[in-house]
Design a protein around this ligand. Structure first.
Ligand code: ZN
Ligand code: ZN
Length: 186
């Protein structure tokens, strides 16, 4: 998803992209909850130029899938992502690091709250939204889902899916960590 800043005219620029399932899969790869692409992701972005900075507002709907954390069956979910950030040209970016410690009482320009106004630096005339979307998407990902509140999970003895049938295993196995304690003489 590339935008040339010269395309952004006075009223702002609205763009929509459909990111493929393969590209979405690469973006969420390695997520701890195991989210993977089920379909693609649709991204709607609005860009506005304010002096040399670019304000970006975007919403996306990622069509994802992850394994139920109890029974491991795949669960599909559409994860909404919404973000707003300021893109700052590299040439005009404030020097990062060091300065804040040197001037602890210097007011931060516009008293931006770091969470409210995120900044990203771009170089040249072309803004690549892919890494930005990836970052925001990873932030928006929920933990591993459950297929339903009533999911009974897997039997700890035979591994059978307890939603499908009750296997009859005795699952009240004494915890081996406590078994050791019974031998300790107090
Ligand atoms: Zn489940
Ligand atoms: Zn069982």
């Amino acid at each position: 998803m590339l935008v040339n800043i010269d395309e952004i005219k006075e009223p702002g620029l609205d763009r929509r992209w459909d990111v493929s399932r393969e590209a979405l899969d690469a973006m969420v790869a390695g997520d701890r909850a195991g989210w993977r692409a089920h379909g693609g992701v649709q991204v709607d972005a609005h860009l506005e130029k304010v002096e040399r900075r670019v304000l970006l507002r975007a919403t996306a709907r990622a069509d994802l899938e992850a394994d139920c954390r109890r029974c491991l069956l795949p669960v599909a979910a559409v994860v909404p992502v919404e973000f707003e950030l300021t893109l700052v040209p590299a040439e005009g970016a404030r020097a990062e690091g060091g300065q804040r410690g040197d001037h602890p009482h210097q007011p931060v320009a516009g008293s931006f709250d770091a969470d409210e106004a995120q900044e990203e630096v771009f170089r040249g005339k072309v803004i690549d939204l892919d890494p930005i979307l990836r970052e925001q998407l990873l932030l928006a990902l929920p933990g591993a889902p459950v297929c339903g509140e009533g999911c009974k999970g897997l039997c700890s003895v035979c591994g059978g899916n307890l939603n499908e049938r009750e296997c009859g295993c005795v699952r009240t196995v004494p915890d081996p960590r406590w078994a050791g304690l019974s031998k300790v003489k107090l």
